[in-house]
Design a protein around this ligand. Structure first.
Ligand SMILES: Cc1ncc(COP(=O)(O)O)c(C=O)c1O
Length: 349
C-alpha cells in the first residue's frame, strides 16, 4: 500500500476510519431516539458506503435523482426514497423498471407529479409508496398549506397502485412539528414522517412527530458543516490534496485545483471568504478560482508554502466536489487502500 504523499494531485482522498465513525455516530443517535435513518447518498454516490450504512441499521437510502437510484438499485440497495417530484412519461418508465429491483417511494407536492406516479403504477411490479412533501421554511419544493397536503393525500389514496406512506420535509425545523400535528388532527394516519438535514442533526429528536431522518453530508462533513456546528475538523473525511505550482508574488500562491476540482460554491452568508480551508495554512485564503487553478492570498500567513508543497484542502461543500470526480482515493492510517469509481456521479437525470 502506498503513502498518500505519493499520490498525484489534485485528488480527493477519503479517510475510511472517519467515514465509519460518522456512520456509526449517526446510527447510534437514530437508535437512541427511536428514529429510522434513511441516509441521502448524494454526498458520496458510492454503493459501498450506502451498503455499509444499511448494514449498520439504516432502513434504506434516499436519492435525489432517478439516475442515482438506478445505480444503487443495480448494486443491490433495495429500499429507496426519491425525495423530489418526478414529472413526465420518461421518468414514469424508469420508475417502473426500478420497482422490479427495490421497494420504491417517491415524494410529491403536486397533482402533475401524482399523475406521473399513477402512470408508473399501472405497470409497476409492486405498489409505489408516496410521501407528500411540505415546506417547513426552505422555500423549495413542498406544499405550503395543510389544506393542499390534505387534498393531495386524498388523491394519492384514491389512485390504484399507489400507497400513501406519510409526509416528508427538508429541513426539519420547529415549523415541521406544527404541520405534522395539523395533518394528524385532520384524522390522517402517518406511518412515515421523514425529516432531514445534517445541520442540527443532533436536535432531530426534538421535532415532535418525525419517524425518520434523512441526512447526507454527515458521512464526509465539510467546511459548511464545521461552521454550522454540525461537525468538527476531525469529523471531516474528504480532503482535496493539491500542489503549489507557482508563487508569482510574495503573498500569492497558485495551486493545481480550481472550480472543476473544488467547485465554486462559496461559504453561505458571505462572511467567510475562500473556496476551501487549507488545513496547514488556515490563514491562507483561496480567493479566486479559474477552471483548473486556485489563487491563494497568503498575506495573513506567517509561514508560507513554497512551490512543490502539498496542501490538504477541506472543501466548502463536499457533495458538489464528489460529483466533480470520476474516482476517489480511499485511505486508512495515511495509506492508500484503493481507488473507487464514483458510480453515481454526473447523473443529473
Ligand atoms: C430532500 C433532501 N433530504 C435530505 C438531504 C440531506 O441533507 P444534508 O446533506 O444536510 O444532510 C437533502 C440535501 O440537500 C435534501 O435535499
Amino acid at each position: 500500500m502506498s503513502d498518500l504523499a505519493s499520490l498525484d494531485t489534485p485528488v480527493p482522498v477519503i479517510d475510511l476510519d472517519i467515514v465509519e465513525r460518522n456512520l456509526v455516530r449517526m446510527q447510534n443517535y437514530a437508535n437512541a431516539h427511536g428514529i429510522a435513518l434513511r441516509p441521502h447518498i448524494k454526498t458520496h454516490k458510492l454503493p459501498a458506503f450506502a451498503k455499509r450504512a444499511v448494514e449498520l441499521g439504516a432502513v434504506g437510502i434516499t436519492c435525489q435523482k432517478l439516475g442515482e437510484a438506478e445505480v444503487m438499485a443495480a448494486a443491490g440497495l433495495d429500499d429507496i426514497l426519491i425525495s423530489y417530484p418526478l414529472v413526465g412519461a420518461a421518468k414514469a418508465r424508469r420508475l417502473v423498471a426500478l420497482t422490479a429491483l427495490a421497494t420504491m417511494r417517491v415524494a410529491i407536492d403536486n397533482p402533475v407529479a401524482l399523475a406521473t406516479l399513477a402512470q408508473a403504477a399501472r405497470d409497476a411490479k409492486a405498489p409505489i409508496g408516496v410521501l407528500v412533501e411540505f415546506d417547513s421554511g426552505q422555500k423549495r419544493t413542498g406544499v405550503v398549506s395543510v389544506a393542499e397536503a390534505l387534498t393531495l393525500i386524498a388523491q394519492v389514496k384514491e389512485t390504484p397502485g399507489l400507497r400513501f406512506d406519510g409526509l416528508m420535509t427538508y429541513r426539519s425545523t420547529p415549523a415541521t412539528a406544527s404541520f405534522i400535528q395539523a395533518v394528524k388532527d385532520a384524522g390522517v394516519d402517518l406511518p412515515i414522517v421523514s425529516g432531514g438535514g445534517t445541520p442540527g442533526w443532533d436536535h432531530t429528536h426534538e421535532v415532535a412527530g418525525l419517524t425518520e431522518m434523512r441526512v447526507g453530508t454527515y458521512i464526509y462533513n465539510d467546511r459548511m458543516m464545521v461552521e454550522a456546528g454540525a461537525a468538527t475538523l476531525d469529523d471531516c473525511a474528504l480532503h482535496v490534496f493539491a500542489t503549489v505550482i507557482s508563487r508569482p508574488e510574495e503573498n500569492r500562491a497558485v495551486i493545481d485545483c480550481g472550480s472543476k476540482t473544488l467547485s465554486s460554491d462559496p461559504m453561505p452568508g458571505g462572511k467567510i471568504p475562500g473556496f476551501g480551508l487549507i488545513l496547514d495554512y488556515p490563514d491562507a485564503i483561496i480567493e479566486r478560482l479559474t477552471e483548473e487553478h486556485g489563487m491563494v492570498d497568503l498575506s495573513q500567513c506567517e509561514d508560507k508554502p513554497k512551490i512543490g508543497d502539498r496542501l490538504q484542502i477541506l472543501p466548502n461543500h463536499v457533495c458538489v466536489v464528489t460529483n466533480l470526480h470520476n474516482d476517489v482515493v480511499v485511505s486508512r492510517g495515511g495509506l492508500v487502500e484503493g481507488v473507487w469509481p464514483v458510480a453515481a456521479r454526473g447523473l443529473t437525470r
